[in-house]
Design a protein around this ligand. Structure first.
Ligand code: M6R
Length: 610
């Protein structure tokens, strides 16, 4: 986790760094700091709290500098204190570094350095790195050699940015296991954990490979591999623009992102459907012969992305003859699930940087599986390591709670499922055509729902004081119950559990009482009557009931306290609609409770450590 940013150019570095850190704050927000190179030495400022607190500190001294590095922290090693905040410096005060990742062997390195007389100020793993760099540089006098040597000493994951007082107009980066992208402008260069940090200044970016070392300077960017050999990098132009990283009149990024879901669906489907069938052959690089070699699909992800995989599982089972397995990446990577060249392994990750998902992918790849990434970030580690990629085209998601990318993931996974159904001959073409004709209407139906935010806002007032919630759903609505409960937990801090409705009798029913609202996701589908029975069971135990049901349903309102209606659609597509009111409900309850919605406590957007 953590966000890092570096700048060399002619602008006021502290303005660029503070702006960049604010754009990266979704990655970590317990403390922030920066190091600026000035004619009088390095100035290091750090503060516990938000980037805004650091900004206030800066206003008092207004340093003059055009070269610096910054960091916003999500604590792993060492508490949330000013001393533990980055940047960290060496004993001479000439080197300062910021780090994202974990140095696994920091204890042994620390003991070694202490034996050599190095004094440590912080409890972090990062501080060993700056001392190692300073010690090595004092021997070699060569920063490239120092950074090549450094990589041989460190175990774990790291994106590092290094500034040195005697190296004017340039800073150095090392990337291994944690994300770092470079940006080139006119007479200025940038590096950051994520593109939005420097999007106001440039859209020209370069991605670093594992072990790469980069120098970013006034004159441009130079890159070497882990052995110190120069490498040529391709410069990409990102199609994100800066307005995508702003709130555009909404009070919160999360609210903006919920409202973008119609657009996200349209852009994710655009160009991928033609003549009533999917048109993703080239993008995925699959043909019927290849698809006939697979007999199973593994879907692997974390958090919300995992719930989109659970939705996909249900349509893959229906449209293909493949054996489907879904698991959270943190389990999958350590299990002994049979994975071989007859496996299509699908990894779903908004960021493409989630540590467990990356590790799971590497394992499946080593086992011979064909790996597909469903991700929102072109150039992310996951996107670069797999055999095939399908991008969400959701634009940057800044709110820590995933919303529009969940919708985008489901759309991308549905395209993959339809494609597999056709390639394997298990989905007749008239059925594919029928499904696609409904799929292309989903963005409009989502937009109709978005107009009904006020209804959910009223509902939120009724239930915001509750301490616990139970979400239930069956079939394809079960993952939506899980996602609804996760959204509520994440941003309102209300305890919420989700169960497959049929499981209620096997335990959770004991919880039911008049103070426990039960939210049932019950669209008009094949399991409607079954879920209705579960609603009645809850009603008989005096639990207040809320139902997300299909508009025009006259039965459900007779049994529940509150109803949220969604437009009619085919059973398979109901998740695209039923999730929207649950996102709004979580948002408005959190708002009423005064929570920090875009940056909930203890969370970070990208979980880049295990
Ligand atoms: O970037 P990823 O999709 O791999 O992230 C996975 C989870 O960390 C993420 O979905 C998390 O659960 C969100 N906070 C959900 O809102």
């Amino acid at each position: 986790m953590c966000g890092i940013v570096g700048y060399v150019g002619r602008r006021n570095a502290s303005d660029v760094l503070i702006d960049g850190l604010k754009r990266l704050e979704y990655r970590g927000y317990d403390s922030a700091g920066l190091a600026l190179r000035t004619g009088d030495g390095l100035i290091i400022l750090k503060e516990v709290g938000k980037v805004a607190d650091l900004e206030r500190m800066l206003e008092e001294i207004s340093p003059c500098s055009t070269q610096g590095i910054g960091h916003t922290r999500w604590a792993t090693h060492g508490g949330v204190t000013q001393v533990n905040a980055h940047p960290h410096r060496d004993g001479s005060g000439k080197f300062a570094i910021v780090h994202n990742g974990i140095v696994e062997n920091y204890m042994e390195l620390k003991e070694e350095l202490e034996r050599e007389g190095v004094e440590f100020l912080s409890e972090t793993d990062t501080e060993v790195v700056v001392h190692l760099i300073a010690t090595s540089f004092s021997q070699t006098g060569d920063i490239l050699e120092t950074l090549v040597n450094l990589q041989g000493r460190l175990r774990g994951s790291f994106a590092l940015v290094v500034i040195q007082q005697d190296l004017p107009d340039r800073i150095y980066c090392v990337r291994k296991g944690s994300p770092l992208v470079l940006g080139s402008g006119d007479g200025e260069s940038f590096c950051a954990s994520d593109v939005p940090a420097f999007l106001p200044y440039t859209r020209k970016i370069q991605y670093l490979e594992e072990g790469d070392i980069a120098e970013i300077s006034l004159g441009g960017i130079r890159v070497w591999d882990e052995n110190g050999c120069p490498v040529e990098k391709t410069v990409f132009t990102v199609d994100w623009d800066v307005s995508m990283t702003e709130k555009s009149g909404f009070s919160h990024f999360m609210l903006k992102e919920i409202h973008e879901q119609g657009m996200v669906l349209r852009s994710t489907l655009k160009g991928r459907i033609a003549d009533g069938r999917t048109a993703v052959d080239q993008e995925l690089g699959w043909d019927a012969e290849m698809a006939s070699k697979w007999d199973k699909v593994h879907l692997v992800a974390c958090g919300t992305s995992y719930y989109s995989a659970l939705v996909a599982e249900r349509v893959l089972e229906k449209w293909t003859d493949l054996e489907i397995k879904v698991d959270v990446a943190s389990e999958y990577r350590y299990r002994h699930i049979k994975c071989d060249p007859s496996t299509l392994a699908v990894f779903v990750s908004q960021s493409g940087e989630t540590a467990d998902t990356l590790a799971a992918q590497r394992k499946a790849r080593a086992d011979g599986a064909h790996c597909l990434a469903i991700t929102n970030v072109r150039g992310s580690t996951l996107a670069r390591e797999v055999h095939s990629v399908m991008l969400l085209k959701a634009g940057p998601e800044i709110g820590v709670a995933a919303t529009k990318t969940f919708t985008g993931q489901m759309a991308a996974l549905f395209l993959v499922a339809l494609q597999l159904g056709r390639l394997r001959g298990t989905l007749p073409s008239d059925e594919e055509e029928r499904l696609i004709s409904e799929l292309i209407h989903i963005p409009y139906k989502v937009e109709l729902l978005l107009e009904r935010e006020n209804e959910v806002m009223e509902l939120a007032k009724r239930y915001a004081s509750k301490s616990n919630f139970l979400f239930i759903g069956r079939g394809i609505s079960f993952p939506i119950a899980l996602e609804g409960a996760l959204k509520l937990k994440e941003i309102s801090y209300i305890h919420a559990e989700a169960y497959a409705a049929g499981e209620m009798k096997h335990g959770p029913i004991a919880l039911l009482e008049p103070d426990l609202p039960v939210l049932a996701v019950i669209p008009r589908d094949g399991l409607y009557e079954k879920t209705l029975s579960n609603i009645q069971e809850a009603k008989a135990r005096n639990a207040p009931l809320i139902a997300v049901c299909t508009e025009g349903d006259t039965i459900i309102p007779q049994h529940v306290e509150s109803v949220i209606e969604i437009p009619w659609t085919d059973e398979e597509f109901t998740p695209f609609l039923s999730v929207v009111p649950l996102q709004f409900l979580a948002f408005h309850i959190a708002l009423l409770k005064g929570r920090e919605i875009d940056q909930p406590r203890n969370l970070a957007k990208s979980v880049t450590v295990e």
